[in-house]
Design a protein around this ligand. Sequence first.
Ligand code: FES
Length: 192
Amino acid sequence: MSEQDTHSEAVGEPTRRDFLYLTTGMAGAVGAVSVAWPFIDQMRPDASTLALASIEVNVAALQPGMSLTVKWRGKPVFIRNRTPEEVTAAAAVPLDQLKDPVARNANLPADAQATGADRSGGQGKENWIVMIGSCTHLGCVPLGQSGEYNGWFCPCHGSVYDTAGRIRKGPAPQNLAIPAFKFTSDTVIQIG
Ligand code: FES
């Protein structure tokens, strides 16, 4: 996707006031390298290629209640600085009410539970949400701060995610996936 295309997407959704769409120079460079590679090499990227595919995102401007979408390895990644109310709402949901009780968090063991904390940036970073912006039904990009739980809503077939990105209603089978990420400083998140 060209930089012009990403700008067009952002302009096309004027009602999402806190929506920003960023693509980084690093992401663009990775994309260009991938296109030039033979198909077989794309199927077996070596460690240096995977390392290059990491991006760093400065989230200093994201106040509570604000979101950012970045492009990583060709996918949208939602980054949200949740409000205290959103953190509390997510933490208060009993796990037995969840359609998918698994955290789906690449930073945790595969059997970690989908608590509000384990779906977040971790201890002391519970306000931060980082998720692949791809509906687990058929891959549409859900809309932020939408739906019954004021989390994410996928308009394609009506999947409703809560403020921790957990599937609550609709046909999607799993919570939105959380990629490997870490804070490299108080205001910079490395994804990948
Ligand atoms: S792709 Fe999201 S509900 Fe079907």
